[in-house]
Ligand binder design. Structure first.
Ligand SMILES: N[C@@H](CCC(=O)N[C@@H](CS)C(=O)NCC(=O)O)C(=O)O
Length: 345
């Protein structure tokens, strides 16, 4: 397979992170080749990644070979250095930091909402059980589809606990989706993207999860239609931003953040922050369970080592802010609840 001329990646339409990366590649006008499928469908000659996640990117190595890389957030930063222009990372260090935070919130909290709705209610389970196997092989016979559907449902419903979706947390997750739809709808009334008139990586991260929530799974799709049609429409727009000409001055000003962005940061501080902090605490103590409260309601889940690493990366980004940048960041985060992540380290 000729992988030299373009970026090659392996992924499927039902993977929010695959959708995130495809939208980044289109917006950035980076030629790419999508190999449709999961790990078991990957061509034999391609290397395997260390962790079996989607999407997998295949990058050329200096020795003329290929390396298989996963994890969308660092891949976006790598693409920035290898393909200049049409950047999705704001230059202002304060905005770049807010972008990191909002990208991680989308990747790690919105995905809880996505996975919860996909595998919690019977109608959604039935829908995903049919569509996901067909997205891997659309010529499955009806009989095989029944079998594959059953096994994927058993596996994924059995993994709800991984994202922290359980009877204790279901209402918290559902409430946070409605809050998110409300805040982002109001934001989009005044701004095309989260950080201004040009798209940032945090937009693409949100877009990835929202492709599933607003276009695939029936329950969250109906909620988006009723409570966030503007968000639903935005997802259709962000899918292909290849024609958008980014204005060099299109980022919001660090000194005039829209009120709706502060509301979104408060929502981040209300949900994702206590869970990330409690997770880090559980990992440090070697505890069996993460236990905390979100808006006064109990949140219980298994510890998740990857989230511990996300928190470390965010803290490193915060520590790298100097002088006036740090001061302004602190001012923005104050009263959002997000400040707790950077005081506790
Ligand atoms: N942090 C990773 C997360 C990637 C991820 O979780 N991918 C999902 C599909 S969207 C996956 O491969 N999950 C493993 C599985 O379903 O077995 C990223 O940003 O790329």
């Amino acid at each position: 397979m000729d992988t030299a001329l373009s970026v090659s990646l392996l992924g499927v339409p039902g993977s929010p992170y695959t959708r995130k990366m495809l939208a980044v590649l289109r917006y950035r006008r980076i030629p790419y080749r999508l190999i449709l499928g999961s790990h078991r469908d990957a061509p034999m000659e391609l290397p395997r990644p260390r962790v079996q996640l989607l999407p997998v990117f295949y990058f050329s190595t200096s020795g003329g070979g290929l390396e298989a890389v996963v994890d969308s957030t660092p891949i976006i930063r790598r693409l920035e250095s290898e393909h200049p222009g049409r950047s999705v990372i704001p230059q202002d260090p304060v905005l770049a930091f807010l972008n990191d935070l909002l990208e991680d919130y989308a990747d790690e909290w919105l995905t809880k909402i996505m996975f919860h709705y996909r595998w919690h209610f019977p109608e959604d389970i039935k829908n995903a059980g049919k569509i996901l196997p067909l997205w891997s092989n659309n010529m499955l016979s009806g009989e095989t589809l029944e079998q594959v559907s059953k096994s994927i449902i058993d596996r994924q419903v059995g993994r709800l606990y991984v994202v922290g979706s359980n009877e204790n947390t279901a209402r918290i997750i559902e409430e946070s989706y409605l809050n998110y739809l409300g805040i982002v709808s109001r934001h989009l009334e005044c701004s095309p993207f989260l950080l201004g008139s040009r798209a940032a990586s945090c937009d693409f991260a949100a877009f990835g999860q929202l492709t599933q929530l607003t276009q695939v799974d029936p329950t969250p799709m109906a909620l988006a239609r009723d409570h966030g049609p503007r968000v639903m429409a935005w997802v259709g727009l962000v899918e292909d931003l290849s024609g958008l000409e980014p204005d060099p001055d299109g980022w919001i000003s660090r000194d005039q953040l829209p009120a709706t962005l502060l509301q979104l940061l408060k929502e981040v501080g209300r949900t994702y922050v206590p869970v990330m902090l409690a997770n880090a605490h559980a990992l440090k103590e070697g505890a069996q369970r993460v236990e905390t409260k979100v808006a006064g309601k109990p949140w219980v889940q298994d510890p998740f080592p990857y989230h511990g690493r996300c928190l470390t990366w965010l803290r490193e980004a915060y520590e790298a802010l100097c002088g006036e940048d740090r001061r302004r960041t602190d001012e923005i985060l104050k009263d959002t609840g997000c400040d707790a992540m950077f005081q506790d380290g």
